[in-house]
Design a protein around this ligand. Structure first.
Ligand SMILES: [Zn+2]
Length: 341
């Protein structure tokens, strides 16, 4: 089969590789669509993601996968050839305390397809039955390939932050992969949604946001919108470029949530600085989120018809190296996908 293969630093090519083996509990998926993330590009540089070496090398990236079941192992009961599916890309043992508690994203022995095992930028991928979720005919492949990470992560974030109807939600990086779903899900949760973006993104209005705010003037604008109360839930996965601004707009009893640091700050740059009084005097909460639970992906699938995705560019598998370049392009305005078959 054809696959995009990372052979070493900056050595990326589409080539023929062996089809994956299908164990008794595995499902072989004919990949239709893969949603591309900046990490898919960055891992080609130093073969790491968040400090962890990708595995195996040579490596097939691609963690946000949708496709059709091609074949199932002897012990697979819930799926059959032809089923439309998405992959819950968190590798999990199902037996550790975190898995038992329903937090597979925190599995003690876990990882991710596309990082700690081969991913979906290939004609086929084999994954355990427990990682596969069926989807209905009326869900587009682009939405399907946005559910397992881009939409699931903010969905988990909103669940953890407990956004309630009528509360204000501010999303930094609102036009990004996760941002565009954070704003839509925020509306579904009943929030009043403030999209914060550095660039002019008028399409965010069509995605349901109530207020479009510029990053440079966010504090003043939010003060005006909320009549000085500020924001109940703030989602900021942009990183060190924005977190000093986003921390300033959290209300009394407010919750600030992060699930990444795209612009830096994860390890090397200046850490986020918060004085304890900022938290206790106003009963504010800082929340960290890592992907989402499998149970949440099951319920998120039911909302898929209410979600839209802004597509910037789609590439064929043969052009997949270009897709990795596109996802980090400063001109990017929407999602980048690889349409595999
Ligand atoms: Zn586990």
């Amino acid at each position: 089969m054809k696959a995009l293969v990372i052979e070493g630093p900056d050595i990326v090519e589409v080539k023929d590789v062996e089809e994956p083996k299908v164990g008794p509990q595995d499902v072989l998926i004919k990949v239709k669509m893969v949603g591309i993330h900046p990490q898919d590009y960055y891992m080609t540089k130093d073969l790491t993601v968040q400090g962890h070496k990708i595995h195996p090398i040579p490596h097939i990236p691609g963690e946000e996968i949708a496709g059709v079941v091609e074949r199932v192992g002897d012990q697979v009961k819930s799926l059959k050839k032809g089923d439309r599916v998405i992959v819950y890309h968190r590798i999990h043992d199902g037996t550790c305390d975190m898995c038992i508690l329903g937090n597979e994203q925190l599995c003690r022995n876990g990882g991710r397809f596309g990082i700690n095992a081969n991913g979906g930028l290939a004609e086929y991928i084999a994954v355990p039955e427990k990682n596969v979720i069926k989807i209905s005919e009326d869900i587009s492949w682009e939405i399907a390939a946005s559910l397992p990470a881009s939409a699931l992560t903010p969905y988990h974030a909103l669940n953890k932050a407990g956004l309630k109807a009528g509360e204000y939600l501010a999303v930094f990086g609102a036009s990004g992969n996760t941002g565009m779903f954070a704003i839509q899900l925020g509306k579904i949760f009943g929030g009043i949604v403030i999209a914060v973006s550095r660039k002019d993104r008028p399409w965010l209005k069509e995605f349901g946001v109530d207020y479009l705010v510029n990053l440079d003037t966010v504090e003043e604008e939010v003060k005006e919108i909320t009549k000085g109360k500020m924001v109940d839930v703030v989602i900021d996965s942009v990183g060190s470029a924005t977190w000093n601004k986003s921390l300033k707009i959290v209300s009394t009893l407010g919750r600030w949530v992060t699930f990444g640091a795209l612009t830096g700050g994860e390890f090397k740059e200046e850490p986020m600085q918060v004085f304890p009084i900022y938290l206790y005097r106003f009963e504010r909460t800082l929340i960290g989120v890592r992907g989402g639970k499998k149970s949440e992906l099951h319920t998120l699938v039911n909302l898929a018809n209410k979600l839209k995705v802004k597509i910037w560019k789609k590439f064929k598998l043969d052009e997949a190296p270009k897709a990795l370049e596109a996802v980090v392009s400063p001109e990017r305005d929407g999602r980048v996908f690889v349409e595999v078959t």
